[in-house]
Design a protein around this ligand. Structure first.
Ligand code: NAD
Length: 381
């Protein structure tokens, strides 16, 4: 069978789902690989690089969609791509099936298979295919780099002949994959880092990354963000009040805030409010990694940097992984390659969507003419 990667058509998307290195591995599984000319350019993979790895370069998206049995993408298909999808074809991409039900139904009706990389169950066995984690890791790292780029001081403290420089103080709100990556990056640059999460079980991880866990003085302890499969649930009004009170206390001394707080299926909770921004020192920076889901900060504008009246920059970019397109394409293409490994048990270049396999079942949103989302919970860990 033929696996193909078209050029991403979403504005500003620089990633690509197939790299020369992943194509080499896919060929070992028995597949032929094709790529649309220029698909890897923004991630610095040239047509010549692909050709050197045995990948056929085709001129147009139309030819690619017509030729490939399996199309791999970063973003879910757009309407004009959906038109090209045919019966029996498999599309592997981020898909967000809960938000794209109509498109999913249309593809299922056509008899196409949809494998949603964002639906890979977060169980140990599937970590190598966990594109959400690999992209969140990059976003957390890049958030600190963007903060540094907009911050007028060092992260690390220094004693120099020209004077003593205090270390920057960084607060990370939400210690999931992106938050932990941000903590690791900020501490490795020498900042004093604090982190908060509603899930108390992350305290140990926060501390092992070199940050201080912000505890709340709350009767029921920091267990109020009850977990659902490792994810946070909305907090009670009392807990939220305590949390905001703590943030108000911290705001005047924090130089950089990185917010990553998300609750699956909901708008991002508002946690860094206008008065907290107003209490920060001029030159401070807020990076809101939840901007795409409405933002954790009151002042966030999706996709932009805004400056508050008191000179605090609030960064609402939503394309952090794409800003490191070579790295993110490499990791994403590897996630897909691992998915293909499991989808090709005989290594014979034939895809086998085994709905008895927990991981494949979890990620498969349309199969053999039917919508297969939502999946049952995985049986294994
Ligand atoms: P996420 O992106 O859904 O949320 C980011 C963080 O925000 C979470 O840590 C959440 O607890 C926190 N948050 C939510 N509301 C908050 C609030 N009001 N205040 C402060 N923080 C708040 O999370 P994620 O990075 O996708 O990770 C979710 C879980 O999945 C974690 O437990 C993670 O360890 C787990 N996980 C497991 C695997 C695996 O086993 N393969 C892989 C990746 C992640």
């Amino acid at each position: 069978m033929i696996i193909g990667a078209p050029k991403e058509i979403a504005p500003g998307e620089a990633r690509v789902a197939l790299t020369p290195a992943s194509a080499t591995q896919l060929q070992k599984l028995g597949y032929e690989c094709i790529v649309q000319s220029g698909a890897g350019e923004a991630a610095r993979f040239s047509d010549a690089d692909y050709e050197a790895a045995g990948v056929k370069v085709v001129k147009t998206a139309a030819t690619l969609w017509k030729t490939a049995d399996i199309v791999v993408k970063v973003r879910g298909p757009e309407a004009k791509e959906v038109k090209s999808i045919r019966e029996g074809q498999t599309v592997i991409s981020m898909f967000w099936p809960a938000q794209n039900g109509d498109m999913l139904k249309e593809l299922a009706d056509k008899g196409a298979n949809v494998i949603a990389m964002d639906m890979v169950p977060r169980i140990s066995r599937a970590q190598k295919m966990d594109a959400l984690s690999s992209m969140a890791n990059i976003a957390g790292y890049r958030a600190v780099i963007e903060a540094g780029n907009n911050f007028g001081r060092f992260f690390t403290g220094q004693i120099t002949a020209a004077g003593k420089v205090p270390p920057a103080k960084v607060l990370v709100v939400g210690a999931g994959v992106a938050g932990l990556a941000a903590i690791g990056t900020a501490t490795s640059l020498g900042a004093i880092t604090y982190a908060f999460d509603v899930r108390p079980e992350v305290a140990e991880q926060i501390e092992s990354m070199g940050a201080e866990f912000v505890f709340l003085d709350f009767d029921e302890e920091q267990t109020d963000g009850a977990e659902t499969g490792g994810y946070a649930a909305p907090s009670s009004p009392e807990f939220r009040e305590k949390q905001l009170e703590k943030f108000r206390e911290l705001a005047p001394e924090i130089d950089i805030v990185i917010t990553t707080a998300l609750i699956p299926g909901r708008d991002a909770p508002k946690l860094w409010l206008e008065d907290m921004v107003a209490a920060m020192k001029p030159g401070s920076v807020v990076v809101d990694l939840a901007a795409e889901k409405g933002g954790n900060c009151d002042l966030t504008v999706e996709g932009e940097i805004v400056e508050s009246a008191n000179g605090v920059k609030v960064i609402g970019y939503t394309d952090f992984p794409s800003r490191m397109a070579t790295q993110s394409s490499t990791l994403y293409a590897t996630n897909i390659r691992h998915m293909m490994d499991d989808l090709t048990p005989e290594k014979d270049g034939q895809i086998n969507i085994n709905m008895e396999d927990d991981v494949i079942r979890g990620a498969t949103a349309a199969h053999a003419g039917a919508v297969t989302f939502p999946p049952p919970p995985p049986k294994t860990k």
